[in-house]
Design a protein around this ligand. Structure first.
Ligand SMILES: NC(=O)c1ccc[n+]([C@@H]2O[C@H](COP(=O)([O-])OP(=O)(O)OC[C@H]3O[C@@H](n4cnc5c(N)ncnc54)[C@H](O)[C@@H]3O)[C@@H](O)[C@H]2O)c1
Ligand SMILES: O=c1ccn([C@@H]2O[C@H](COP(=O)(O)OP(=O)(O)O[C@H]3O[C@H](CO)[C@@H](O)[C@H](O)[C@H]3O)[C@@H](O)[C@H]2O)c(=O)[nH]1
Length: 324
C-alpha cells in the first residue's frame, strides 16, 4: 500500500482528493497550516500534521513520520485577484515554500510528485481551447508563481530523477457528500452565487460585462472535483513526467453560471454588474486531449447544472460551511 503526502489536504480540492485516495486504498498523510483549510475537512482516516511549508524542520519531521512514497502538492495561495495586490505572498508561498517541499521530498527519497498547476499560467491565450503547446504568458502574479514552480519542477525531475505530473486545472467546482468549498473569505463565483440562493448574501457581483464573449461576461471551464480527483489518481500511476491541461472542454459564462444556480436552487439570484476584476482573462477553456489519451482520463460531469447540483446539496447541508 502506498502512502501519499498531501499538502493542502485540509483545503477545498485537497480534502476531496484525500477522500478519494483513501477510498482507493491509499494511506494518506495531510500537511496543512489551516490558514485557509479546516481541520474538519480532513478525512478522519488520514493522518494529520499541522505545519507551514516555510518551516523545513516541521516538514522534515512530518516526512520522517509519514514515510511517503509520493507527494501531492495542493498547498498554495490561490486567488487571482489577491495576487494582483499582494504579489509577495504568492511568490513566497507558491515558489519559495514549494522549493522547501521539493528539497525535503528529494532528501526523503520520494519518487513521485503531483503538482496543482493552473490554466492561469497561460495568461490571455492566442486561441481557445487551450492545449499544452500554447505559450505560457501569465497576466497575474498567481499564474506567474505557478509557472515558476513548473519550471523548477522540471529541473528537479531532471537532476534528482523525480517523476512528476503537473496538472493545470481550469475552474474546480462541485462537492462530494461530505466535503465541499468553504473559504474564509469567499471570492469564487459558484459558492458566492449559492450564498445568495441560501439567503446569506443579498446579491452577487458580475465582474465585467464588456468582455468579447457572447454575453459580455467571462467564460471559464468548470470541472467537477471528482473528475479532478480521478486525474490525480491516474497521475500517481503514470511513469512519465509531464504537464497536462485539465478541464472538460466546455465553457460557461458568469451569467450562465448564475442561471444554472438559480435553476438548481429554485431561487431568484440578484446580480449586480460591476467593472472588470484585475487579472481576469476573458475566456479559458481546456483542450484535454493529451491527458485523455496518455493517462486515460475520462470526465463524468460535462454539464454545469450537474456540477452546481452537487455544490448546492453540500451548501444546503452545511450552511455554515465547516463551522470554524
Ligand atoms: N480552485 C480552483 O479552481 C483551482 C484551479 C487551478 C488550480 N488550483 C490549485 O489547486 C490547489 C488547491 O486549491 P484550493 O482551491 O483547494 O485552495 P484552498 O485555499 O482551499 O486550499 C489550499 C490549502 O493549502 C493550505 N496552505 C496554504 N499555504 C500553506 C503553507 N504555506 N503551508 C501549509 N499549508 C498551506 C491552506 O490552509 C489550504 O488548506 C492550489 O494549489 C491552487 O493553486 C485551484
Ligand atoms: O463574485 C464573483 C466571483 C467571480 N466572478 C467572475 O467569475 C469568473 C470565475 O472567477 P473565480 O471563481 O474567482 O475563479 P478564477 O478567478 O477563474 O480562479 C480560479 O480558477 C483558476 C483557474 O481558472 C485557478 O487557478 C484559481 O486558483 C481559482 O481561484 C471570473 O471571470 C470572475 O471575474 C464574478 O463575476 N463574481
Amino acid at each position: 500500500m502506498s502512502t501519499i503526502f498531501v499538502t493542502g489536504g485540509a483545503g477545498y480540492i485537497g480534502s476531496i482528493c484525500v477522500e478519494q485516495l483513501l477510498n482507493e486504498g491509499y494511506r494518506v498523510a495531510v500537511f496543512d497550516n489551516l490558514t485557509e483549510g479546516h481541520r474538519k475537512a480532513v478525512d478522519t482516516r488520514a493522518d494529520f500534521f499541522q505545519g507551514d511549508l516555510s518551516d523545513r524542520t516541521v516538514l522534515r519531521h512530518a516526512f520522517d513520520e509519514a514515510k511517503p512514497d509520493a507527494v501531492m502538492h495542493f498547498a498554495a495561495s490561490a486567488l487571482v485577484g489577491e495576487s494582483m495586490s499582494n504579489p509577495s505572498k504568492y511568490f513566497r508561498n507558491n515558489v519559495a515554500n514549494g522549493v522547501n517541499l521539493l528539497d525535503v521530498a528529494v532528501e526523503s527519497g520520494v519518487k513521485k510528485f503531483v503538482f496543482s498547476s493552473t490554466c492561469a499560467t497561460f495568461g490571455i491565450p492566442e486561441r481557445v481551447p487551450l492545449d499544452e503547446t500554447l505559450p505560457q504568458q501569465p497576466i497575474n502574479p498567481y499564474g506567474e508563481s505557478k509557472l515558476l514552480f513548473e519550471k523548477i519542477l522540471r529541473w528537479y525531475g531532471q537532476i534528482h530523477n523525480l517523476n512528476f505530473t503537473a496538472l493545470r486545472y481550469f475552474n474546480a467546482a462541485g462537492a462530494t457528500e461530505k466535503f465541499g468549498e468553504d473559504h474564509r473569505i469567499e471570492t469564487h463565483l459558484i459558492p458566492n452565487v449559492l450564498k445568495v440562493a441560501l439567503g446569506q448574501k443579498e446579491s452577487v457581483d458580475i465582474f465585467g460585462t464588456d468582455y468579447p464573449t457572447p454575453d459580455g461576461t467571462c467564460i471559464r471551464d468548470y470541472i467537477h472535483i471528482l473528475d479532478l480527483a480521478q486525474a490525480h489518481i491516474l497521475a500517481l500511476k503514470s511513469e512519465k513526467s509531464d504537464f497536462y491541461n485539465l478541464g472538460t472542454g466546455g465553457g460557461t459564462s458568469v451569467r450562465e453560471v448564475i442561471d444554472a444556480c438559480s435553476e438548481i436552487s429554485g431561487k431568484k439570484i440578484t446580480a449586480i454588474e460591476k467593472p472588470r476584476r484585475a487579472g481576469d482573462p476573458p475566456r479559458l477553456v481546456a483542450a484535454s486531449d493529451k491527458i485523455r489519451t496518455e493517462l486515460g482520463w475520462a470526465p463524468k460531469y460535462q454539464d454545469i447544472r450537474q456540477i452546481v447540483k452537487d455544490a448546492w446539496a453540500w451548501h444546503v447541508k452545511n450552511p455554515g460551511g465547516y463551522g470554524d
